[in-house]
Design a protein around this ligand. Structure first.
Ligand code: NAD
Length: 243
């Protein structure tokens, strides 16, 4: 049975991705930062689909922690077939008010983390001569957003990383793609005011916010055999926000 690692999978989009891949028959490594109870809930919801899942604590901003996370996954399931770099944070502020640590923390959690995970997973996939890497970017990484310079830089960086890795490792049958969500209803976006949400809805062709499952469905497709010939791409799942 194939194995998928999903970072930051105790809630929100990561949780929906883990459950979606479990439905597709993958054994799941649910990575979490600090909420073990919620991570175990994700594990239980994955196992409903008859696959084995484990929760592994790791701060993906930390290189050594990623080494241990990947080795735990390999030791438990024997292969790593899919890596979804989903973990992410926001620390929004206008450029003139942004503290240096708010910039570097966001880059570390959203971008450097993906480099860490890909560093340890890629050698395994190269040996297997197969694999799927899916990076969760954002429309903000493509179009920018006021007050999110740090976040936009991290998400744009993920796109550059996706395309470069696709060129480097495609020769061994490994695909690397990014999904760029628009505004999706999760705890990350719960903090935004109703007026802001209404503006987003009005600017979205489909006139509604997205659900975590909308992102999970795109990830399931990219992880599947049907997406065999797609690599280095950024799929926007944003209800037409960017049109
Ligand atoms: P969320 O805050 O609900 O979930 C993010 C998860 O990542 C949390 O469980 C958190 O603990 C985990 N995490 C953060 N830093 C980590 C670290 N260093 N190590 C391990 N885990 C860590 O947010 P979400 O809305 O589910 O977002 C998931 C991803 O989708 C993020 O990368 C986010 O940037 C991206 N995204 C979300 C939206 C949206 O509208 N919600 C839009 C575009 C992109």
């Amino acid at each position: 049975m194939k194995c998928a690692i999903v970072t930051g999978a105790s809630r929100g989009i990561g949780k929906a991705i883990a459950i979606g891949l479990a439905k597709d028959g993958f054994q799941i490594v649910v990575n979490y930062l600090n909420n073990e109870r919620k991570a175990l809930e994700t594990v239980a919801e994955c196992e409903v689909y008859g696959v084995k899942a484990i929760a592994v604590q790791a701060n993906v901003s930390d290189y050594e922690a990623c080494r241990q996370l990947v080795s735990k996954a390999k030791e438990t399931f024997g292969s790593i077939d899919v890596l979804v770099n989903n973990a992410g944070i926001t620390k929004d502020n206008l450029l003139l008010r942004m503290k240096p640590e708010d910039f570097t923390n966001v880059i570390d959690a959203n971008l450097t983390s993906a480099f860490h995970m890909m560093s340890f997973v890629t050698p395994i996939m190269l040996k297997q001569r197969s694999g799927r890497i899916i990076n969760i970017s954002s429309v903000v990484g493509i179009y920018g957003n006021k007050g999110q310079m740090n976040y936009a830089a991290s998400k744009a960086g993920l796109i550059g990383m996706t395309k470069s890795a696709a060129k480097e490792i495609g020769v061994r049958g490994i695909t690397v793609n990014a999904v760029a969500p628009g505004f999706i209803q999760t705890e990350m976006t719960d903090v935004l005011g109703d007026t802001f949400k209404e503006t987003i809805i009005q600017n979205t062709a489909l006139k509604c916010l997205g659900e975590a499952e909308d992102i999970a469905n795109a990830v399931s497709f990219l992880a599947s055999e049907k997406a065999r010939y797609i690599t280095g791409q950024v799929i926007q799942v944003d209800g037409g926000l960017s049109l």
